[in-house]
Design a protein. Structure first.
Length: 303
C-alpha cells in the first residue's frame, strides 16, 4: 500500500464566510471550489523519488580549494545538497556522477593555468552520499590530497547528481570546483567583473589590482585582528572564512560590513605599505578627482 501525507485538509465546518468586498468574494469562490472535493485532500506520495540538487551561489560557481596556506597534505571540502520533496524517517542514499571537464585553462591573478580533470582515489576521495533521516539537507564531504601536479595545474572536479531508487537529479544541475597548490589564487570577490586584460584584472577600488603577495599581506593584517579585535575577527571568520574564501562573498564586502574596522586594521595598512613599496604594474594611486581603475585611499571608508 502506498504511503501518503495529507498536506491540506478541507473541513467545511471550519470555513469562514466572506460576504462583502472583492477579496471576500474571491476567497468564498475558492472555498466553494474546495467544497466539491469534501472528504478528499491534496496528497504527496512519499514513496516516489525526491529530487536532490546542489546548493551553490551565483558569485562562486567554481570555487577553488587551495593548499596554498595549508601545511597538511589533506584537506576537506564540503558541497551541500538539498532535497526538493518530503523528509523521511530513515537515511537515504543518493548518487553522484563524475564528469570529464572540457575546460582547458583557468585564469588566476592574471596568469593562465592548464586545467585537468581530477581523479577519484588520487586527487580526492568522497564520503558517504546521504540525505539523513528527518532532514532535507545533506552534504558531500571530499578529502582532497595534495599531489605534485597541483603546483602547475588546476585539478577540476565536475559532477552531477545521478538517478537511483531514492532520488532523481534536477535538470541541468551540476557542480564544479578546482583543487590547486602553488601560488595564491584570485578570489572571486576580488575580480570586480574584470575582462581579464589590462588594469581591471582583479581590480577593486580600495585594494587595487590582485597580486598573490598582496593578498598574503592582506590576510596577515586580517589575522592580526584575532588579537586586536577578537570579537570582530570571530564574526568575520564565520562570515568570510579564515582565508576570505567562503562561497558567496560579494565584491567590496569590506565597504558594507563594518567598513571603519576593515579600513583601520587591514585596508589602510595595506595601502600605506604598497604606497611606500609599489608593485610594478599595479593600479596607480588615486589623486583628487581621479576616475577609473585607481587604488583609492581607504581612509574614505571612515566617512
Amino acid at each position: 500500500m502506498s504511503k501518503f501525507i495529507i498536506i491540506l485538509s478541507k473541513d467545511m465546518d471550519r470555513l469562514k464566510k466572506y460576504e462583502t468586498g472583492i477579496v471576500g468574494s474571491f476567497l468564498l469562490s475558492l472555498l466553494l471550489l474546495f467544497s466539491s472535493c469534501q472528504n478528499t485532500g491534496l496528497m504527496y506520495d512519499v514513496s516516489q523519488p525526491g529530487t536532490v540538487y546542489f546548493v551553490k551561489t551565483a558569485s562562486a560557481d567554481a570555487p577553488v580549494c587551495s593548499f596554498v596556506f595549508e601545511a597538511e597534505d589533506e584537506i576537506t571540502y564540503e558541497v551541500p545538497v538539498k532535497l526538493m520533496g518530503m523528509p523521511c524517517n530513515y537515511d537515504r542514499e543518493f548518487v553522484v556522477t563524475l564528469k570529464q571537464d572540457t575546460m582547458t585553462t583557468i585564469k588566476a591573478g592574471g596568469v593562465s593555468y592548464p586545467v585537468e580533470t581530477a581523479e577519484l582515489g588520487k586527487d580526492f576521495d568522497m564520503g558517504n552520499l546521504i540525505i539523513p533521516a528527518d532532514s532535507i539537507m545533506g552534504k558531500i564531504v571530499f578529502t582532497l590530497h595534495r599531489i605534485p601536479e597541483m603546483q602547475n595545474t588546476y585539478r577540476s572536479v565536475l559532477m552531477e547528481i545521478g538517478t537511483n531508487e531514492n532520488f532523481i537529479p534536477l535538470y541541468g544541475d551540476y557542480y564544479r570546483f578546482f583543487i590547486s597548490d602553488g601560488d595564491v589564487p584570485l578570489p572571486t570577490w576580488w575580480n570586480n567583473g574584470g575582462t581579464g586584460t589590462g588594469l581591471i584584472e582583479g581590480w577593486q577600488m580600495y585594494i587595487g589590482k590582485f597580486f598573490p603577495e598582496k593578498f598574503r599581506l592582506m590576510l596577515e593584517y586580517y589575522w592580526d585582528m584575532e588579537e586586536t579585535q577578537p570579537e570582530f575577527y570571530e564574526e568575520a571568520v564565520s562570515k568570510y572564512g579564515k582565508y576570505l574564501d567562503k562561497e558567496g562573498i560579494t565584491a567590496g564586502f569590506y565597504q558594507k560590513d563594518n567598513p571603519a574596522v576593515w579600513a583601520k586594521y587591514v585596508l589602510i595598512p595595506l595601502y600605506e605599505h604598497y604606497k611606500a613599496n609599489p608593485i610594478p604594474n599595479d593600479c596607480p594611486f588615486a589623486e583628487s578627482g581621479n576616475q577609473g581603475e585607481f587604488w583609492r585611499d581607504p581612509v574614505a571608508l571612515y566617512r
